[in-house]
Design a protein around this ligand. Structure first.
Ligand code: ATP
Ligand code: MG
Length: 356
């Protein structure tokens, strides 16, 4: 699939903008703070309903304006789709495909699939477990509508349970209702754990090869799923933890506390890896993601690369650029030197200057 064009109105620092893209590599270059990332954000937001940087709608609407619009034209299997997004400062956003409003974000995933890659992704190994869970969830949610629903339910249940644990402190009579939340938490939690486990198995089949090649055959990378408690033990653990949860007023175990371990040649690189090792493993993770999305949707996703090239050394740049030649790619950068030195083929170049 590929994005044919985008139109923006009052989006971040853009009054009004219309861009037509190439099916291959599109480069957006310009100085800092000109609006390069904003363009990628508009595409990702319109394709997933979420900002890659977690921004709220009211932050996205141009300063001094009340609403913003994005229109994106997408081509998938020779069929054209028009996606309209309407963002308002204090109301929920509206999304329509070919003029028909949609109720759930997941309806977009049959039309658009995107992979966003930013410099922060290179810190995923070094950062806390929350980032690694987010990686798992972002992937699974795009690929599996049931997972997306289960995860939303699970998060809601844990929030409600935590609220109850706090309320119970002043109203001990509420204790009876805890059973219902525990039961539901176990039901949804087990499903999430099972899917994460399968996803990591699939990931390992792919990442080992990529990482081996990326490191010139010197590193064996293995991803290990570390559930905070295995699915079959969730019920027992939740019930055993109950007294402690009541004391601490928080749900201590469950998929919301899961992690991913990354091992290079048998060593846990979250703790013992060098910075370069951690970043290379993160790159392998991202390249595997592209591969898995491709395989699952039986089509190519659009790749959004925000300022990543400048963060990589020359051999990793080459590897990345070589891996993406068959995908529509939107790349932001401050200069074109990296492309020139790699003799990398560019299809279209946009210079971004102060919101135009
Ligand atoms: P860099 O190279 O530093 O990453 P960039 O070109 O990617 O820069 P963007 O992140 O796209 O820059 O931001 C461009 C400008 O948009 C910033 O100067 C920012 O202040 C401005 N901006 C952000 N949100 C809004 C908004 N809601 N309304 C108007 N301008 C905004
Ligand atoms: Mg930027």
């Amino acid at each position: 699939m590929y994005i044919e064009s985008v139109q923006l109105k009052n989006f971040r620092n853009y009054d009004s903008l219309e861009l037509t893209f190439d099916k291959g590599t599109n480069i957006f270059y310009g100085n800092n703070a000109q609006g390069k990332t904003n363009i990628l954000e508009s595409l990702y937001l319109c394709g997933t309903t979420k900002s890659h940087r977690g921004s709220k709608d009211k932050e996205i609407v141009k300063f001094g304006e009340e609403e913003a619009h994005i229109r994106m034209m997408v081509n998938r299997n020779q069929i054209n789709y028009k996606i309209d997004m309407h963002l308002r400062k204090n109301k929920a956003k509206g999304v329509a495909i070919n003029g028909l409003p949609i109720k759930k974000a997941s309806e977009l995933f049959g039309v658009v699939n995107m992979v966003f890659f930013s410099p922060e992704d290179l810190n995923i190994i070094k950062n806390g477990p929350g980032e690694r869970r987010r990686f798992l969830d972002m992937e699974l949610c795009q690929l599996d509508k049931i997972y997306l629903k289960d995860l939303a339910s699970y998060n809601h249940i844990v929030n409600q349970r935590n609220k109850l644990l706090k309320d119970m402190y002043v109203q001990p009579g509420l204790k009876g209702t805890l059973d219902i939340w525990d039961m539901q938490m176990v039901e949804y939690g087990r499903r999430i754990i099972e899917k994460r486990k399968r996803f990591v198995e699939e990931l390992n089949e792919i990442i080992q090869n990529i990482h081996f090649n990326l490191t010139g055959g010197t590193e064996n990378l293995r991803v290990i799923y570390e559930p905070s408690c295995p699915g079959q033990e969730l019920e027992k653990t939740v019930s055993e933890n109950r007294e402690r949860d009541m004391r601490m007023k928080i749900t201590s175990a469950g998929p919301h506390r899961d992690d991913l371990c990354m091992e290079v040649n048998g060593i846990d690189i979250r703790r013992y890896g060098s910075q370069g090792q951690q970043r290379t493993a993160a790159l392998s993770l991202k390249l595997s993601e592209i591969y898995i999305v491709k395989r699952t949707i039986k089509d190519t996703p659009v790749l959004l690369l925000d300022d990543v090239l400048s963060e990589l050394d020359s051999s990793r740049q080459t590897y990345l650029l070589d891996s993406i030649h068959d995908i529509q790619t939107m790349i932001t950068c401050t200069g074109l030197d990296d492309f020139i030195s790699h003799r990398f083929h560019i299809n279209k170049i946009f210079q971004v200057v102060n919101g135009s």
